[in-house]
Design a protein around this ligand. Structure first.
Ligand SMILES: [Zn+2]
Ligand SMILES: [Zn+2]
Length: 457
């Protein structure tokens, strides 16, 4: 074959098949292109088949261990002068060879394109390096597009899609394409940011959101948690929990199987809210045992706890209790618990509910004993010293303390800062990802080792 003939035929072909365009100065890219074409033409005319000089990319003998250590790999295989991006370009170039070549590209073609590569032995090393350290970007993109596809499918079926669903799909798909959690959540944020619209999620460009099916059942089991905080930033040793129970009474059978942690005082009522008699019970079994001989009590105007006689000395075992009532409809601004502290409790509980939903754990948090367990662990975590300034802030923000204890840390920073990233549970032989960092001992634990194994101090 004559290379000249091929080139002039190609020139005619292009001239006849493209619209007339204006002359423009030649760019460096345009100058590079004929070099590649010339290389290809030369190969074709010399009768040399691409396969003949195929690269020998046998699995290298090296232990994978060396490759796992990024720095070691870069050093050992002299890869420091190549960026990851460059290695990816080379490998992409080899793997996306045209249909003419069955097994990729010849070393000659590769060398022509990337002159900087000293010899062919670098190619399998690039590949090995990317396998261990460089493939995540691609996988993250795959993840995004797969999650997006799921989202579109669900939208076409008019299903309500919540954040938690997207995260769950992300986790599942990440597992399938062997991507670790940290990148899974990275992927989701991309999707979320683009598509988020208030409650349900709708793809960009869509005008209306139709919601036909709830993706999960919202079961409402009411219960009341009543914590008490002191002005010096302590959470009193026990928390008062009122469960909802039909008829407002627990039978012997129920009582026998009740989980009774030492930091929770358990009662129940038909509504799960505190009745007048429960406030009395609270006073005798909870409040009075925790306060000194003289005490100023701030409580809200909730009916049941505003009866004068409840706080008279003869009913308070001789202790002097002065009660100030927070005026109706002002608790959001004046009640320290409502101002700040209760939101911290909610953040804690929300993180637990979210984890169970996200990982589809077979744990029912609305079951009586699990409510108690959750209340107990929450109270135990929030009692940690690290939260003292936060509890003082609750007093400050309601205007009852002058001194601002800021800066301080809250539940999300202390307990859940690492739950979004892929760190393994520190419990021996556990490969679950971390759910919580214990506010008391700093141990990082998965949900099972925190909740089911009852990590209590
Ligand atoms: Zn701990
Ligand atoms: Zn674990």
């Amino acid at each position: 074959m004559n290379a000249q003939n091929i080139v002039s035929a190609l020139s005619d072909l292009i001239a006849n098949n493209s619209p007339v365009t204006q002359q423009s100065p030649i760019t460096s890219q345009e100058r590079q292109m004929p070099e590649h074409l010339a290389d290809t033409v030369k190969l074709m005319t010399s009768g040399q088949k691409e396969e003949e000089s195929m690269l020998d990319e046998k699995e290298s003998e090296e232990m994978d261990e060396d490759w796992k250590d990024k720095e070691l790999a870069l050093e050992k295989y002299h890869l420091r002068s190549f960026s990851q991006e460059f290695m990816r370009q080379v490998i992409d170039f080899i793997d996306h060879a045209g249909p003419g070549s069955k097994h990729g590209r010849s070393w000659k073609t590769i060398h022509h394109r990337f002159r900087i590569i000293p010899d062919r032995s670098y190619i399998p090393h690039f590949r090995k390096y990317l396998e261990h350290h460089g493939t995540k970007r691609q996988k993250t993109q795959d993840l995004d597009s797969l999650v997006y596809k799921k989202l579109v499918d669900a939208r076409q079926k008019n299903l309500v899609v919540h954040d938690v669903d997207i995260q769950r799909w992300g986790l599942k798909i990440a597992k399938e394409i062997k991507l670790d959690d940290s990148h899974a959540s990275h992927g989701q944020t991309g999707v979320k940011k683009e598509l988020h619209s208030k409650r349900t999620i709708s793809s960009v460009g869509e005008k209306r959101t139709f919601a036909a099916v709830q993706s999960k059942n919202a079961t409402t089991h009411s219960y009341t948690l009543q914590p008490t905080i002191s002005l010096d930033g302590r959470l009193l040793e026990t928390i008062y929990l009122c469960l909802q129970k039909q008829g407002g009474k627990m039978g012997e059978q129920v009582k026998r199987h009740l989980f009774q942690p030492k930091n929770v005082i358990i009662t129940c009522s038909a509504s799960g809210k505190l009745t007048a008699s429960l406030v009395k019970y609270w006073r005798d079994n909870y409040f009075l045992s925790l306060v000194d001989a003289k005490c100023l009590l701030l409580s809200d105007s909730y009916p049941g706890q505003n009866r004068e006689e409840l706080y008279q000395p003869e009913n308070c075992g001789g202790k002097k209790v002065t009660r100030l009532q927070i005026p109706q409809n002002t608790t959001d601004e004046l009640q320290p618990l409502d101002c700040y502290f209760n939101r911290q409790i909610k953040s804690f509980l929300k993180a637990c509910y979210h984890r169970v939903a996200l990982y589809e754990l077979d744990i029912h948090l609305h079951e009586r004993n699990n409510i108690i367990r959750l209340g107990s662990l929450m109270h135990n975590q929030l009692s940690a010293d690290v939260f003292t300034p936060m509890k003082k802030y609750a007093w400050f923000s309601s205007g009852l303390m002058r001194e601002d204890p800021s800066p301080f840390v809250g539940v999300n920073q202390v307990c859940f800062a690492s739950s979004e990233t892929h760190i393994q549970c520190e419990e021996k032989d556990c490969d679950e990802s971390v759910f919580i960092t214990c506010a008391r001992c700093s141990k990082k634990l998965c949900f099972q080792h925190f909740f089911t194994s009852y990590h209590f101090h």
